[in-house]
Write a protein that binds this ligand. Structure first.
Ligand code: NAI
Length: 423
């Protein structure tokens, strides 16, 4: 039993790694219980007892507050820092002045710069699309910059007055329409922050045989921040990843300098030699693209706010928040927290109605991150097998014809039974 360590950005995973878990508030404990059983069964089946996770509970959220008077005790952060990898259920956002959202606090304190959201369809899940199976994307959303850095100043404060004065007097800004009643938000987007996120997306795409990475941005309007994100992304691909990628920026340059036929040939050659294609799409167009032509998109790298909208829109396309997993990862330090992407669902807490799939699939991402791909796949396969059988939790049972509603616990047990029957 020991900790995961990192050497040269590579994870060294012992056979019995200590992994902290936060069951979470509301429906958290129910979905966690089901998830833990399934993950343990998948690991046991895949490695015949040679590997096993040593789960250790750490406190956060309401449970932490009730037991220690703190929403996010330092011991919790220390335990996750030491173990590198953790999993968490949803946490109630504390209401009251000066308390940061716990999720934001965890991401910021561990500098978990990539929010990774795989979005794929599972047969049988109710979806608003005619062909939901065409959606299979992985979103890499920047987690530390953009408007989410939280640099905002309220209307009428001395800070906002001073800022507006500096902008108007020192920078000759004339575009603040109502300076007397404005609040101001600042959106930092850096080359370093953008490139580490885009590098993570490209590395993922290369390691998983994906075909393209799409940089989603609003650079037509915000040229230096979002436009910077796009340009730095292309620059990174054309230098660090020159041998493995072909960019649509290169295509445009070739078309301009040598004509469209030469550019098209270079593109076709790149496709034929299996190069990863790096392209870009403006954010508003992307929201149309994912609905109209989802099969054209694969890995997406984007700034924080665009990623927020895209993640939820894509999750809805394949069946909603009950089934969308997520991970917040720093690929350089190795720190990663995998989590259900929905909230605590207080309206159904304690009733056995919660769908554990989001947490289960986050657990599958965790296993994959450990390099335990066999167990990760087994969890996904168990879900793939269970859903068409139509014994599902309340949320899915409502919209599936002929479905039988089962409790969270019973659904987890169905998956465990399926896993145990595999050869
Ligand atoms: P919510 O995601 O908890 O619930 C929205 C709706 O979806 C509810 O009708 C709920 O019953 C349903 N739902 C959510 N998860 C489900 C599941 N696994 N199975 C079946 N139905 C599910 O969002 P809401 O109500 O806005 O937030 C409740 C609390 O959760 C708040 O304190 C909020 O701050 C917190 N929250 C925490 C998050 C996290 O820890 N990552 C993310 C979002 C919200």
């Amino acid at each position: 039993m020991s900790y995961i360590t990192i050497e040269n950005e590579t994870r060294i995973v012992p056979d019995q790694p200590i992994i902290p878990f936060i069951p979470g508030d509301g429906i958290g404990p129910e979905i966690w219980q089901a998830t833990r059983q399934v993950l343990d069964a998948a690991v046991a089946k895949s490695y015949q007892g040679q590997k096993a996770i040593q789960w250790t509970e750490v406190l956060a959220g309401e449970k932490a507050f009730n037991e220690t008077g703190e929403w996010l005790p330092n011991e919790t952060l220390d335990a996750i820092k030491a173990a590198k990898v953790a999993i968490k259920g949803p946490l109630t956002t504390p209401i009251g002045g000066g308390i940061r959202s716990l999720n934001v606090a965890l991401r910021q304190d561990l500098d978990l710069f990539a929010c990774v959201r795989p979005v794929r369809y599972f047969t049988g899940v109710p979806s608003p699309l005619k062909e939901p199976e065409k959606t299979d994307m992985v979103i890499f959303r920047e987690n530390t910059e953009d408007v989410y850095a939280g640099i905002e100043f309220a209307k009428d404060t001395p800070e906002v007055k001073r800022l507006i004065e500096i902008l108007q007097q020192d920078f000759a800004v004339k575009k603040i329409r109502f300076p007397e009643t404005s609040a101001i938000g600042i959106k930092p987007i850096s080359q370093e922050g953008s490139q580490r996120l885009i590098a993570a997306a490209i590395d993922y795409a290369l390691a998983n045989g994906r075909k393209s990475v799409t940089l989603v941005h609003k650079g037509n309007i915000m040229k230096f921040t979002e436009g910077g994100f796009k340009n730095w992304g292309y620059a990174l691909a054309e230098t660090t990843y020159a041998a493995q990628t072909f960019t649509m920026n290169q295509y445009a340059t070739l078309a301009k300098e040598q004509g469209p036929v030469v550019a098209e040939k270079a593109y076709q050659d790149a496709l034929a030699s299996g190069k990863l294609i790096i392209n870009d799409v403006i954010a508003d167009n992307m929201l149309q693209q994912i609905l109209l032509y989802p099969e054209k998109y694969d890995v997406i790298a984007t700034c924080n706010l665009n990623g927020d909208y895209l993640s939820d829109a894509l999750a809805a396309q394949v069946g909603g928040i009950g089934i969308a997993p997520g991970g917040n990862i720093n690929y350089q330090t190795g720190h990663a927290i995998f989590e259900a992407t929905h909230g605590t669902a207080p309206d159904i807490a304690g009733l056995g109605k919660a769908n554990p799939c989001s947490m289960l699939l986050s657990g599958s991402m965790l296993l994959d991150y450990l390099g335990w791909q066999e167990a990760a796949s087994l969890v996904e396969e168990a879900i793939e097998a269970a859903l068409p059988a139509k014994k599902v939790t309340a949320d899915f049972a409502h919209s599936m014809t002929g479905a039988k509603e089962v409790t969270t616990e019973a659904f987890g047990q169905l998956l465990v039974d399926w896993i145990e029957k595999q050869d």
